[in-house]
Design a protein around this ligand. Structure first.
Ligand code: ITT
Length: 188
């Protein structure tokens, strides 16, 4: 079966390819000639993931799945959530995004947060979604050079190192994305 992963990110594609059975031919947006930007206009991670997966299914007639992820902070009612990449503005600046988190958490003792991934799947005439969540706490300093986004300020429950200090091998086993993808793979 041909299956499209609605991403242009070669690292994400390769990671998933390793986990899939040989019977599935995994294709990226680039592989199917989809070079146009799919506007992520949804108000939730679910909506954005479905926008991407349905776009490919409708426009290209191919089975597809798509993911969207974000950081959700308890005392900020789940912000930045769906706008995690653009929290401090359209320029998608990690440093500025982290500074805004600190600003909004100033004087708050509860720094609990979670990363959440939603995968939307459109295969034949079926649609469903898979979710992965990793709980933890945010810290007031940046620690570690690995990962991306909010990794230097997030320590997941049961660990003392940030996601940026853990290294990709460990992070990719325990992350929100890993959990969502594992669920998805089990359902294929
Ligand atoms: P796509 O092109 O595939 O959409 P992206 O960088 O926008 O890649 P995601 O949709 O997975 O990545 O995540 C949106 C934002 O949420 C991302 O830019 C980060 O700010 C934050 N985020 C998501 N997963 C994260 C992780 O594992 N570690 C740190 N920050 C993360």
């Amino acid at each position: 079966m041909k299956l499209v992963f609605a991403t242009h990110n070669p690292n994400k594609l390769e990671e998933i390819k390793q986990l899939l059975p040989d019977s599935i031919e995994l294709l990226s947006l680039t592989d199917i000639g989809c070079i146009e930007e799919i506007e992520e206009t949804g108000k939730t991670l679910e909506e954005n993931a479905y926008i991407k997966a349905r776009y490919v299914k409708t426009q290209y007639g191919l089975n597809c799945f798509a993911d969207d992820s974000g950081l959700e902070i308890d005392v900020l009612n789940g912000a930045p959530g769906v706008i995690s990449a653009r929290y401090a503005g359209r320029q998608k600046d990690n440093e500025a995004n982290i500074a805004k988190v600190w600003e909004n958490l100033n004087n708050k003792s509860n720094k609990a947060a979670q990363f959440r991934t939603v995968i939307a799947v459109c295969i034949e005439d079926k649609e469903w979604e898979c979710e992965g969540i990793v709980r933890g706490n945010l810290i007031d300093e940046k620690r570690g050079d690995g990962g991306f986004g909010y990794d230097p300020i997030f320590i997941t429950d049961g660990y003392t190192k940030t996601f940026a200090e853990l290294g990709s091998e460990i992070k990719n086993k325990i992350s929100h994305r890993a959990k969502a993808f594992q669920l998805f793979l089990n359902q294929l």
